[in-house]
Design a protein around this ligand. Structure first.
Ligand code: GAL
Length: 700
């Protein structure tokens, strides 16, 4: 392995950590949401004191409280909030405040219905829920600016306020896009900026197909599937997705700008910074909003996660529905952390939720495990939603850290307290400057994603059997079973410090990217590409060349065609004499001289042809896996070959083991006990050497 393995890029201590916000020696901190406006003032002191007694170190307030902050236009009432900030501080709790923009007050909605979003049926949303506003509406942005300014002026210099969360899960949930006149206007402006001249848009959107030509930008509406008997242009859909994500990022940028203007800005002088940090709570794997677009705007990257909500997660065994998906949880941590090194969970389930189709209990211990998983994955904070279970409102059945009496710790509350005690214990053993073990670092992997690939594939799936996230997870699970530390990154990153790069289903490419990946491998990197890669250019158009031809030189093979099988038909490939089933996507490859075949099709009219190949390229290697197996077993077997030189572990998938700040952290999302991969005689700081389902072990 000739590559420089940069230990600096490992999570946590070595990054430019703003010492004042998240001191490395604190490792991770745990806190909770509290909604003072929902409870009698007489209970505030008791609740704050009890939050601290549970061990929590910070409290999160102000989210959704716009009406209580500004009951009438321009009349700000923030005393109640300041009282709670003071109470929190008096109890030794740090405070995260929120901008309330997810819940505009009734006076605003009734006065200016044009601030409301319009769904794809043309129906204007109404007061009575949340996320009903349209952040493309200039007037809504003005009102948000005013309330944010009032908050920033009041609290922006208050040392008791530690940080800020913007909005809530920026999105329109399942309504997806707003089709309001304001959104249409913003989309047109975005297109005008992007293309300059309408002819360019017509070319890139393929206007010569079905006479879809436009004469000017004002003729363009947001593509709406409900309005097209025939499929709309996939290029228009891709631009809609790109615009929407950029619009969300722009809205967040607008809000950070206000807080930084009137408060104590930090991002310019990141290390150290005594000011307040800013984040938003992104949704895990949601896909409409791309957190990486906010990389330069936010100080921390936090996300919301409710692992148990009625899904079965059969890959985790019969307890999957009580444990959640280890792969999804791990992947999201590994995605959010590398954005700037400061990440964490802003919402983590404290017990049963109210919104699943069925809402089971998490397995006893699982909540504690999720918190410790966050720790192992490098998170700086974990915040749980919420302290008190609401007695009214649409989330009545949602558990909190205390029972409905408001004081008795719930089972989840006790698991949060236990996790906090664990963190305190580990803080006592923290030593600065720990470096990851060399064999672990040697498996360091960049997992390359681009939301545009995900969107374009979704808009043009070709087979109902294809699942992009499922495809990613097959590779991610395989990587984690080998105990590879993974950073999920975008292609603007410098990849040279990663011995391995895995880029699954990377559909949209250009010559520059192909060159970057070629140079990466030539210089000693090991590159893994998978089916659906390189099919199109960045606009989503096919190449006027052979199928996916721009990557032939890189992968050392041709891809004459691909096949898709209707369910329940299964095809098979053979690798090292073992059969593997596939159904979603199978590319037939033609290896060029110097390229080795790793797997071949064993049935269909192309039996005997290659399905996966590998080759040396300069000092490195390129492996191309052209088939998507049914269970991920083929991906697992082939990746093990690629990692053969760096002593890959053989953990049961979703028994996740990571190294952080000198600690090994094992979390078991499987339904059976798993032995820790520690040397005999190693004492466990937390847990035991046999980790039960939903269990944790930590050792040094
Ligand atoms: C989240 C949301 C929270 C709360 C929670 C309930 O998605 O951000 O505000 O509604 O779900 O589980």
């Amino acid at each position: 392995m000739k590559m420089r393995v940069s230990l600096l890029a490992f999570c946590c201590t070595a990054l430019a950590a703003p010492a004042d916000w998240f001191p490395p020696s604190n490792l991770m901190t745990i806190g909770v949401y509290y909604y003072p406006e929902a409870w009698p003032e007489a209970q505030w002191p008791r609740d704050m004191a009890n939050i601290r007694k549970l061990g929590m170190e910070f409290v999160h307030m102000g989210e959704f409280a716009w009406y209580f902050m500004e009951p009438e236009e321009g009349k700000y009432q923030l005393d109640w909030l300041e009282k709670n900030v003071d109470l929190a501080a008096a109890n030794g709790l740090k405070v995260i405040l929120c901008t309330p923009s997810a819940t505009p007050p009734i006076w605003l909605t009734r006065k200016h219905p044009e601030i409301l979003m319009v769904d794809s049926t043309g129906r204007t949303m109404n007061h009575g829920g949340r996320e009903q506003a349209d952040w493309s509406a200039p007037l809504y942005r003005e009102y948000v600016t005013r309330i944010d300014t009032a908050l920033a002026k009041r609290f922006g210099h208050n040392p008791k306020v530690w940080g800020w969360q913007l909005d809530n899960e920026v999105s329109h949930y399942d309504k997806q896009y707003s089709y309001s006149p304001a959104a249409t206007q913003r989309f047109r402006e975005w297109l005008r900026r992007k293309y300059g001249a309408i002819d360019r848009l017509n070319t890139d959107w393929g206007g010569r197909f079905w006479s879809l030509m436009y004469q000017n930008f004002d003729q363009i509406d947001l593509p709406n599937l409900l309005e097209h008997p025939g499929d709309p242009s996939p290029h228009a859909l891709l631009d809609l997705d790109r615009w929407f994500a950029e619009e969300a990022a722009d809205y967040l940028r607008m809000q950070t700008g206000i807080l930084r203007k009137y408060g104590t800005p930090c991002i310019e002088a990141r290390t150290p910074c005594a000011g307040q940090w800013i984040t938003t709570n992104f949704m895990a794997m949601h896909g409409d909003v791309d957190p990486t677009l906010s990389a330069r705007d936010l100080d921390a990257f936090t996300w919301t996660h409710y692992p148990v909500h009625g899904d079965l997660f059969p890959e985790e065994g019969p307890l999957g529905f009580r444990l959640g998906s280890g792969a999804i949880q791990g992947f999201m941590h590994d995605f959010m952390r590398p954005i700037n090194g400061i990440s964490g969970l802003m919402e983590l389930q404290p017990g049963q939720v109210n919104w699943g189709v069925v809402n089971p209990w998490p397995l006893p211990g699982a909540i504690h495990m999720w918190i410790m998983r966050a720790f192992g994955a490098g998170a700086r904070l974990v915040c749980t939603y919420r302290y008190r279970q609401p007695l009214f409102g649409s989330e009545e059945y949602h558990k909190g850290l205390v029972e409905t009496d408001g004081v008795t710790p719930s089972p989840g509350g006790r698991e949060y307290a236990e996790a906090m005690r664990d963190v305190l214990q580990l803080r006592g053993r923290y030593r600065a400057g720990q470096q990851p073990p060399a064999d672990y670092a040697a498996r360091r992997t960049a997992f390359l994603i681009d939301f545009s690939n995900r969107w374009d594939i979704q808009n043009h799936k070709q087979t109902a059997r294809w699942d992009t996230i499922g495809h990613w997870m097959k590779y991610y699970r395989a990587l984690k079973s080998m105990m590879a530390p993974v950073d999920v990154v975008t292609e603007d990153r410098d990849l040279t410090s990663y011995p391995f790069v895995v880029a699954p289903a990377y559909q949209l490419v250009d010559q520059e990217l192909v060159k970057k990946l070629t140079t990466y491998a030539e210089n000693g990197g090991n590159l893994v590409l998978t089916c659906r890669t390189g099919e199109k250019d960045r606009r989503g158009q096919l190449w006027e060349a052979l199928w996916a031809e721009p990557i032939y030189g890189l992968i050392g093979a041709k891809i004459p065609f691909y096949d898709l099988l209707p369910p329940p038909v299964e095809g098979h490939v053979t690798a090292d004499g073992k059969p593997y089933a596939w159904g979603a996507w199978g590319e037939v490859l033609e290896a060029q001289a110097g390229t080795t075949v790793l797997a071949t099709y064993s049935d269909q009219f192309y039996a005997g042809k290659a399905a996966a190949v590998t080759r040396k390229l300069g000092k490195g290697s390129v492996t191309y896996i052209g088939v998507d197996s049914e269970t991920g077993d083929l991906e697992m077997a082939l990746l093990r070959k690629v990692y053969a030189g760096v002593s890959p572990a053989s953990l049961r998938p979703d028994f996740l083991v990571d190294w952080r700040d000198g600690f090994w952290v094992a979390t078991n999302f499987t339904s059976t006990s798993q032995p820790v991969p520690a040397k005999a005689g190693t004492p466990m700081l937390i847990g035991a050497k046999d980790v039960p389902p939903g269990g944790v072990a930590v050792w040094q």
